[in-house]
Design a protein around this ligand. Structure first.
Ligand code: PNS
Length: 161
């Protein structure tokens, strides 16, 4: 049984994330979507809110579960018995950072490998940061995030649509 983890901040989850989850779930036997509880960042959504949005969007995917983790990814993977990290590569700008993380994680635990999926071309420009920037000015985010989350995102900026 190959258990993989798709880790990230997911603040908020985008259509690019959802596409990645759907595709990764076809490759590994079980996929854990791991939401990083990163206290250093100042997130728009709490960890609980992000976990709950991801649970909502993956509810019909039988081999996908969602949880949050603190601390090192490799430690959490050991705890849940996962050996594959799934990450998306959008453009060459992602590469250096992702390579460094993948190599560090593999050095720390040689049983852990990172699987890179190239993002679907229609989402190659998309990031949670851009969604937040757009939403904060009341811009149209309907192409970027699952429709049921649009109002929740605007609410964070006290924007009524
Ligand atoms: O969505 P993000 O913010 O790009 O995801 C980054 C993430 C969560 C994959 C990365 O920051 C991570 O794994 N953090 C957990 C702490 C850790 O293990 N750091 C060592 C990586 S070298």
């Amino acid at each position: 049984m190959k258990r993989g983890i798709y880790p990230g901040s997911f603040d908020p989850v985008t259509n690019g994330h959802v596409d990645m989850i759907e595709r990764a779930a076809k490759i590994v036997d079980h996929l854990e979507v791991g939401v990083l509880n990163n206290r250093a960042k100042n997130p728009l959504f709490s960890v609980d809110e992000r976990v709950s949005m991801l649970k909502e969007i993956t509810k019909d995917m039988p081999n996908v579960s969602v949880s949050s983790f603190d601390g090192l990814l490799v430690d959490y993977m050991e705890e849940i018995g996962a050996s594959i990290i799934v990450r998306g590569l959008r453009a060459v700008t992602d590469f250096e950072y992702e390579l460094q993380i993948a190599q560090t994680n593999h050095r720390v635990n040689p049983n852990i490998d990172t699987l890179f999926l190239t993002t679907n071309i229609q989402y190659s420009y998309l990031s949670s940061t851009m969604v937040k920037e757009f939403a904060s000015y009341g811009g149209d985010i309907s192409h970027f995030v699952p429709l049921q989350f649009i109002d929740r995102i605007y609410e964070k900026y006290n924007i009524k649509k």
